[in-house]
Write a protein that binds this ligand. Sequence first.
Ligand code: ATP
Ligand code: MG
Length: 459
Amino acid sequence: MSVKKQNTILVVDDENGVRQSFNMVLKNDYNVLLAGSGQEAMDIFTKKSADMILLDIMLPDFDGLDLLKKFKETDPNTEIVMVTAVKEVQTAVKAMKLGAYDYIIKPFKIEKVMTVIRRALEKQSLVKEVTYLRNELKRYHSFEEMVGKDKKMGDIFELISTVAKGDGTVLIQGESGTGKELVARAIHNRSPRNDQPFVVINCAAIPPTLMESEIFGYNRGAFTGAAKTSMGKLEIAHKGTVFLDDIDSLDINMQAKLLRIIQEKEFERLGSNKVIKADIRFVAASNKDLENMISEGKFREDLFYRLNVFPIKLPPLRKRKRDIPLLLNHFIELFAKETGNSPKNISDKAIRVLQEYDWPGNVRELKNLVERLLTITKGSMIRIEDVSTLNVAQKEIKEVTLKEAVRSFEKRYISETLESVNGSRKKAAELLGVHRNTLLSKTNEFGLSNKGVSSLPLN
Ligand SMILES: Nc1ncnc2c1ncn2[C@@H]1O[C@H](COP(=O)(O)OP(=O)(O)OP(=O)(O)O)[C@@H](O)[C@H]1O
Ligand SMILES: [Mg+2]
């Protein structure tokens, strides 16, 4: 049992007999340290680390609870099991509230002691593993705000780092929600221009009639309504980066003007002849097939080649399904941080179902789904029933047991019925043909009473 011997247990008890009997029981499987008083225990604990402590509640020189607090302050990872007489059980319960793992009542049975110790150490190693894995994820799979461990994403992270050093235009292509804007920002953040502005020009959102004045700016009186001189986005972005989002939406006239600016690095405000220098790095993005648009005469070929100096093609999420568990956990943690709650877990089965799904809306769809899951999930574990409640991946849910499928159907059916009667439990119970108490216990079981429905009348 060399594995177990790696663990060290500190036994703190003022009765020599008790110390010796613990020693007898434990020494084959664990490294044992013995202390006959609180002070001695503290001295040992400051010099040597222990994975767990068996701590007598009644010590002559120290209050057991004070000692517990001190140990936990010194090393919160050390698990502490209180050793107590029957009459001190109340104190033992208090100790658990203060962070003790469990308590053993004297006189104790060897098996009981061994089980408690094993469980405490198991819990401790799980906590360590989770902490380790979380750190690992952070270390290796995050780049700026992006996560991804699929080789395709690794290559893209590398490409971003390389591209960021230069000044050539970048064209990011990929389906909606694949992270094009994040990539654009990452390029800027990693570039020598990162202390200068990152300016977004959303070509799909700005009406063509306003596009010119937005981009170039204008002098007072340049057109009706130009009451004062105004800087355009290009001028603001001087020495920085301009992100031309949805470049495919740019009308053909503006395409020609943009081409000129990229080539000549200068422009004029509307209503002015003064030439303004533009030291700008252009990054463009599109979720359309630009080459197709060229053949249809909707996008200028010369502009395409000007933009496409560094092409970055983002793969859709369905082509990098390995990233799905990572992204799920990433967003669970992100939302937990935002709301100040501790992050929920997600069951393996739920992950598997979500991994089967094709994600037409890519990472954005996944992020939105996590947000919705977190609001509907009762308790600390996102389970397959929660996932199926959201109508995601319906076709893919084949691995569910009949019981889980029934539960999920029940939950959805009840929730929809309640919604249809504005939350009235009385009416819903009638419609569903069940007693109100049955409905109440079901809504509690499914966590429906906390979600929206709870704010509705309880009639
Ligand atoms: N690899 C990733 N890691 C973490 N978050 C990501 C990743 N990719 C995308 N996201 C997140 O997904 C959402 C969508 O990303 P983004 O806005 O960059 O997509 P897009 O490709 O620009 O989409 P659209 O074409 O619809 O504008 C954002 O909230 C973004 O933070
Ligand atoms: Mg975008």
